[in-house]
Design a protein around this ligand. Structure first.
Ligand code: NAP
Length: 254
């Protein structure tokens, strides 16, 4: 007899304690996914999100991982498989911007940390997820969504060029991996949010960035995390069964 849990999607979401990652977690839980949620340090907020997902019927594994530590990052996919027996999806969501300012003022140490979290950790996670999901390795296929940014195309001058560079690298991961692993049942897509109301702006030194940028956004407002989560949910749905290598911009017209 097939257990009902065998047919549920099992999806890893990095940086799910707050902001866009938390909204993705709540939305995918409501859509019937079991979840592996990672966070860096905000244990209480991560616990609260995990409880909310569980109340929607999701089984949840919560993992504390600093994605700048690539050895720790390498334990995430094996831990997920140990808990659920398999995974069917990954959302590379966690990301940091560095401080807003001129390219000439950004320290190399900051860029080093930024590239670990935004680029190297997704490489580690994506490789492990694909090695498990690819049909030529005994897997059942799966779906990966990379959370990029409009900064990848604008270059974010006077703001955070290294961050923009890291997101351009993530876009290349989607393009390359969707082509390399399409034949073995793995879809890879990007969602590129525009400015969205989260705490990432305060961490960058500009808490009011959403309000400051609103006049330059065609819809005249920043986005809300649940509006980004809707695009991610689409990419995990049956409606997206032929969608791979796409970049869905959720940016109010920008
Ligand atoms: P956020 O509110 O700052 O939340 C960041 C999340 O990532 C938190 O769960 C945090 O965990 C986790 N995290 C941060 N550094 C980490 C590390 N070193 N190791 C592990 N986890 C770490 O960010 P957000 O605005 O939701 O952004 C989510 C994604 O969307 C990012 O990739 C970002 O670049 C992208 N994005 C955001 C915007 C925007 O305007 N908000 C626009 C375009 C793209 P803790 O809570 O434990 O610290």
């Amino acid at each position: 007899m097939t257990d009902a849990t065998d047919t549920r999607q099992v999806t890893i979401i990095t940086g799910a304690s707050r902001g866009i990652g938390a909204a993705i977690a709540e939305r995918l839980a409501a859509d019937g996914h079991d979840l592996v949620l990672t966070y860096r340090e905000r244990r209480d907020e991560a616990d609260a999100i995990a409880r909310r997902c569980a109340s929607s019927g999701a089984r949840v594994l919560l993992l504390q991982v600093d994605l700048a530590d690539l050895e720790a990052t390498a334990t995430v996919v094996p831990a997920a498989i140990a808990e659920f027996g398999r995974i069917t999806g990954l959302v590379n969501n966690a990301g940091i911007t560095g401080r807003i300012g001129s390219f000439l003022d950004a320290s190399l140490e900051e860029s080093d940390g930024l590239f670990r979290v935004n680029v190297l950790a997704p490489i580690v996670l994506t490789r492990a997820a694909i090695a498990h999901m690819a049909t030529d390795r005994g897997g059942a296929g799966g779906s990966i969504v990379n959370i990029s940014s409009g900064a990848a195309r604008s270059g974010a001058p006077n703001t955070y060029i290294p961050y923009a560079m890291s997101k351009a690298a993530l876009n290349a991961l989607t393009t390359g991996a969707s082509k390399e692993f399409g034949p073995v049942g793995v879809r890879v897509n990007t969602v590129s949010p525009g400015t969205t109301h989260t705490e990432i702006h305060a961490a960058a030194g500009r808490p009011n960035a959403p309000e400051e940028r609103a006049p330059n956004i065609p819809m005249r407002r920043a986005g809300e995390p649940h509006e980004i989560a809707g695009a991610v949910a689409y990419l995990f749905s049956a409606d997206a069964s032929y969608t791979s290598g796409a970049d869905i911009r959720v940016a109010g017209g920008n």
